[in-house]
Each structure stands twice: as C-alpha cells, then as structure tokens.
Design a protein around this ligand. Structure first.
Ligand SMILES: NC(=O)c1ccc[n+]([C@@H]2O[C@H](COP(=O)([O-])OP(=O)(O)OC[C@H]3O[C@@H](n4cnc5c(N)ncnc54)[C@H](OP(=O)(O)O)[C@@H]3O)[C@@H](O)[C@H]2O)c1
Length: 331
C-alpha cells in the first residue's frame, strides 16, 4: 500500500512516499481501509519534530505521518467486540493515517452514520473533537459570555465560532485577510478583526467598554499570546491550545497577575478523549449536528497522495481555509 513516512524531522522535503505491507491488526485493533485522511497542522508540527519528546503524543522515528482518517473496517483483532468488517468508522490521534490502510485501537474509532459521507466524517473528527472539548469542557461557554476566536477561518476556528454561538456567547474573531474574515463571518462571528500587529486587543477593549472578553481561544502562540492577555477580562481565561507561530518561551507567571489575575491553560485533546465512551458520545454530537445542518464544516481542498507536500507548504504559508483532505483513489 502507499504510505508517507518521515525518517528525520524537517520541512516538507523529509516526507518519503513508500510502498509498504498492509498492517496486521493486533488483538485490540481494527484494520481500516481509509477512504480519506485529514491533513492537520499537528502533522506539520510532528514532521518538524515538535513532538519528538512528547509524553502525550510520543513520536518515534521512522513514523508514518497523519493522525486522522475515515473508512471501512476490513478486519478486526481477536479481542475486538462490537465492531465488524464493513462498518464505516472515523478516528483521530492515532499516528499512521497517511496510508491506504491503518491499524487502529478499536476503542478509538467511532461509527459513522450511514447518512454522513466519509469525507465529512474525516473532515470533522479531529477538529470537531477539539473544538467541542475547548468550548464545552475547558471554556464552559454559556449565554451572555464573550469570547475571542483566533485563526477563525481555520479548521478548529470555524467550528469554535459555531459552538460558541450555540452556547449563547458573543464572538470576536481574528483572521489575517479579508477573504478569511468573510469565511468566519459566515460561520456566525459577531465582530471580525484583523490581528493588526496586536491592536485586535485594543479594539476588543474598546468594544467591551474596557472590560475584555471572558475567554480567548489562541492556537497561534508566540505572535499573539501577550496581546491575547490584553484582550482578556480581569480573571479571564486564556486557552493557548496551539503554537502555529512558535512557542512563547519566556513567560513569567507574574505577567498573568499583571494582566488581571488571568487563568492560562494549555490543554490537549488526548486528555479530553481518554476513553471510548467519550469518543462515541462526542462523535454522536458532532455527526448529528452536521446531519441536521446546525454544524457546518468546510472542506478547504481535496488532494491526492502525490500532492501532500504542497498541502503542508500551503498550511505553513497560511494559504489554507478550512480543512484539507486527502482522497485515497488507489483502492
Ligand atoms: N491542544 C489541542 O488539543 C489541539 C488539538 C488540535 C489542534 N491543535 C493545534 O491547533 C493549532 C491549529 O490547528 P488547525 O489544524 O486548526 O490549523 P488551522 O487553524 O486550520 O490553520 C492554522 C491557522 O493559523 C493561522 N496562523 C497564524 N499565524 C500562523 C503562522 N505563523 N503560520 C501558519 N498559520 C498561522 C492561519 O490563519 P490566519 O492566516 O487567519 O491567521 C491558519 O489558517 C495547531 O497548532 C494544532 O497543533 C491543538
């Protein structure tokens, strides 16, 4: 089968296309014939080596990239119960999806309803699971609250806006271009802002009569985090859930005090998706919301195996809107 590996960390050029044997599922695994995999910014971080020493997401070289896919089960391990060949499933945070088949721990997969196309399942699993736990479990958004969603046209950003609106919050959102701004506006953001070298924080303070927002969702890191503090209200919550611009390496906790006794958290999906009950409940929430039309997920582009390097470059150059998906046409 086709697959995309790395043997060393680096730019898109370290990705190696290789023909390898179809994996054999272990006793607790299912073998999924992948119809689609999602390409995510975390794949860029993995390729660059940001998870080389991670305990949450350990990566050992060589590794097959990718951690999200949707497809059909073609074989099950001897200890697997409740899943069968022919079941349509989706999963995330298991490495190895840049391939035609993946062996996945059975507890990590969620069944996909018949009415939901597999491309939509692949586009919404990782980003949907993330946005759900950030909005509901970490921020606990509720009617009357205010929040700021950075990178609002991105895969997670678009879903966060919709979940925040559903919870009754007022949503400020940032993007880098007017084109991206329009996408976030269509998802329901109340106030759109450009980053404007950090002046988004001043604009938010003006719009909230000096108070700032209750919650900031920040996946950008170094380039925005200190201004996110300025955009937050006294005793507000700043959720730094990613670092696409690099990590802030010199934060003294006293800054949080000076910024108004802020709460700062750096959560990870793995800690909010630690058992099969949670995975299946969350998948049910997301898939049913997509089916009833209350949650819209944008597929930003569809690609083939030979273009994966270009997609990584487009992600790093901020050219992507929504979720890039790779279609496996070779089965
Ligand atoms: N903690 C968790 O549980 C968790 C789970 C999933 C993902 N993540 C992290 O969340 C982050 C976003 O992931 P995603 O897949 O949703 O990506 P994404 O939002 O689809 O893409 C990243 C966006 O960030 C913005 N951006 C700002 N500065 C950038 C820079 N220097 N380089 C590239 N993009 C930049 C871009 O939008 P603008 O041009 O509008 O700024 C771009 O669209 C990643 O760091 C990922 O690892 C964390």
């Amino acid at each position: 089968m086709q697959s995309v590996h790395i043997e060393r960390y680096g730019g898109p050029e370290v990705m190696i296309h290789r023909d390898v044997a179809v994996p054999t599922p272990g006793p607790d695994e299912v073998l999924v014939r992948l119809a689609y995999w999602g390409i995510n910014f975390i794949d860029v971080h993995t390729r660059e080596g940001k998870y080389a020493r991670s305990r949450t997401y350990p990566v050992t070289l060589p590794t097959t990239l990718g951690m999200e896919g949707a497809g059909t089960i073609v074989a099950t391990g001897s200890a697997v119960e409740g899943l069968h060949p022919g079941d349509r499933v989706a999963y995330c945070i298991v490495w190895g999806s840049y391939a035609e088949y993946a062996a996945v721990p059975a507890w990590r997969v969620a069944k996909v309803p018949d009415a939901l196309p597999l491309d939509m399942a692949a586009a919404s699993t990782f980003h949907g699971f993330t946005a759900y736990y950030l909005a509901n479990d970490v921020a606990r958004l509720a009617p009357g609250m205010t929040c700021l969603v950075h990178a609002a046209s991105g895969g997670i950003g678009q879903i966060l806006i919709q979940l925040a609106k559903r919870a009754g919050a007022r949503v400020f959102a940032t993007t880098s271009t007017n084109e991206k701004e329009e996408v976030a506006r269509q998802r329901g953001a109340d106030v759109m802002l450009l980053y404007d070298d950090g002046r988004f924080a001043d604009a938010i303070r003006d719009a909230t009569h000096g108070a700032g927002v209750d919650v900031v969702f920040d996946p950008i890191g170094k380039a925005t985090l200190r201004d996110s503090f300025r955009a937050s209200r006294r005793r507000g919550l700043v959720i730094t859930y990613g670092s696409v611009s690099g990590s802030i390496g010199d934060l003294d906790p006293i800054e949080l005090g000076e910024a108004g006794s802020l709460f700062l958290t750096r959560p990870r999906l793995a800690d909010h998706l630690a058992d099969s009950t949670t995975i299946r409940r969350r998948a049910e929430d997301i898939f049913s919301a997509m089916l009833d039309g209350s949650l819209k997920v944008t597929i930003g582009g569809r690609y083939t195996f030979d273009t994966v390097e270009k997609v990584h470059s487009a992600l790093e150059d901020r050219r992507m809107i929504g979720k890039p998906l790779l279609i496996i046409a070779a089965h």
